[in-house]
Design a binder for this molecule. Structure first.
Ligand code: MEV
Length: 437
């Protein structure tokens, strides 16, 4: 049977599923049943989800968990996290509790500027282009008034527009490089609308600019799009305490633990192979909250990793030091987040997540998300530098293995007990389960 199809998007959901099952699956009945099993019985809710994207055939569930006890700038939060990886929520909760008893997290938004660019080709004299830019700049602001009016009323808008000469990189390539304040909105739509208007105004008025030759008048707009790189939309989160307060048991002194921890962070600062895994752990926390609050985790990921490479080598997003026996551990990252617009008012679970966080502003959400990243990194490094990561991981993994083998509740209970004193490995769990059966 042909695996190509014309007009797939025009089919009903049922018809799409029929085509999929008939074309791609041996057991068609089972494939259909699995897909439909995830449909929501509430038709209205299902329709909402169907309409988020194109060609929806079913829903893809991720668990939504919460990590309580986060004390951030003396306010307590329970943080929602949408993530499939076991241990992440447990680690966040553990780190939250640990720092709750040691003054909590301190955070600060350092900047909130976002960027967008109109990329264009101009074949001519740069001096004339500069003169044209100065001549047209106020019109760029003027022509976007209908787009910016509301944002300006609330204190945001277009901050500045610069002409950038990029001809050293690409022949005849220039940019309008604009900066924006988008307040509680992530701002993608606002920025892109402004940029597209800039492009129109910039191109059209060039035709009238008297200093330009015919060729110079012919400005070729390549594209207008926001940048997801926001190195001036930065938040900082920090924890600190006396090294003695880090001692939790008699196995390792607080000072020895702090020193080992700082070493672990230095390794991630210097060694890209480690830095990637170190930052991946941070993103476990960040992405989970970003997703639970309806923000764009791909944009956040792309930006954060570019930022981690800003000095020419990929490096750690967190830093740690000990000074006068005070341990300090902090993160400074770019986060372009929104708490209005997009999914925030559409997805019932996103609305709920934001309400759980006491309806934060975008700035507050930046701080909460940064804390989730820092907490996650603290928990990972604490395990790595003491017990090793597998102990905690495999305990959580045990449940996944048991579910994979469809263990009953009684089997689960007995095996969880058994593995309190035995090492969890895939084969050990399978063997123990077989022994029980
Ligand atoms: C696993 O998802 C994340 C860790 O590998 C992070 C780290 O190594 O720091 C545990």
């Amino acid at each position: 049977m042909s695996k190509t199809i014309a007009g797939f998007s025009k089919l009903s959901k049922e018809q799409k599923i029929d085509w999929l099952a008939n074309t791609h699956f041996v057991n068609q009945k089972e494939a259909k049943a699995i897909l439909k099993q995830y449909w929501n019985t509430n038709d209205k809710l299902q329709k909402l989800h169907d309409e988020f994207i194109e060609n929806t055939i079913t829903n893809y569930y991720l668990p939504l968990g919460v990590a309580p006890n986060f004390l951030i700038n003396n306010k307590l939060y329970t943080i929602p996290m949408a993530i499939e990886e076991s241990s992440v929520v447990a680690a966040a909760s553990k780190a939250a509790k640990f720092w709750l008893d040691r003054g909590g997290f301190k955070t600060e938004v350092i900047s909130t500027t976002k960027i967008g660019q109109v990329h264009f080709i101009y074949k001519g004299d740069f001096n004339k282009l500069e003169q044209y830019f100065q001549h047209i700049k106020s019109a760029l602001f003027e022509d976007t008034k209908s787009i910016t009016a509301n944002m300006e009323k609330r204190g945001g808008g277009i901050l500045d527009i610069e002409l950038r000469n990029k001809t050293e990189d690409i022949e005849n390539y220039y940019q309008l490089h604009a900066s924006f304040e988008t307040l509680d909105a992530m701002g993608a739509n606002f920025i892109n609308s402004c940029l597209e208007q800039f492009a129109k105004t910039f191109k059209a008025n060039a035709l009238e600019f008297e200093l330009f030759t015919a060729e110079e008048k012919d400005i070729d707009i390549i594209m207008s799009i926001l940048s997801n790189y926001v190195p001036n939309c930065i938040v900082k989160a920090e924890v600190s305490c006396h090294v003695d307060e880090l001692s939790e048991n008699n196995k390792i002194s607080g000072k020895a633990f702090a020193e080992k921890f700082v070493q672990a962070v230095s390794i991630a600062e210097k060694e890209p192979y480690r830095a990637v895994t170190h930052n991946k752990g941070i993103m476990n926390g960040i992405d989970a909250v970003v997703l639970a609050t309806g923000n764009d985790f791909r944009a956040i990921e792309a930006c954060v990793h570019a930022y981690a490479s800003r000095n020419g080598q990929y490096s750690s997003l967190t830093h740690a030091k000990i000074e006068n026996d005070i341990f300090r551990f902090w993160i400074e990252i770019p986060l372009a987040l929104g708490t209005v617009g997009g999914l925030t008012s559409l997805h019932p679970l996103v609305k709920l997540g934001l309400e759980l966080l006491d309806k934060p502003s975008a700035k507050e959400l930046m701080q909460i998300v940064a804390v989730a990243g820092l907490a996650q990194n603290f928990a990972a490094l604490r395990s790595l530098t003491t017990t090793g990561i597998q102990q905690g991981h495999m305990k959580m993994h045990l449940m996944n293995i048991l579910n994979q083998f469809e263990a009953t509740d009684t089997e689960k209970k007995r095996l969880v007990e058994h593995f309190k004193t035995n090492t969890v490995t895939h084969s050990a769990v399978v063997e123990a389960l077989n022994n029980l059966r």
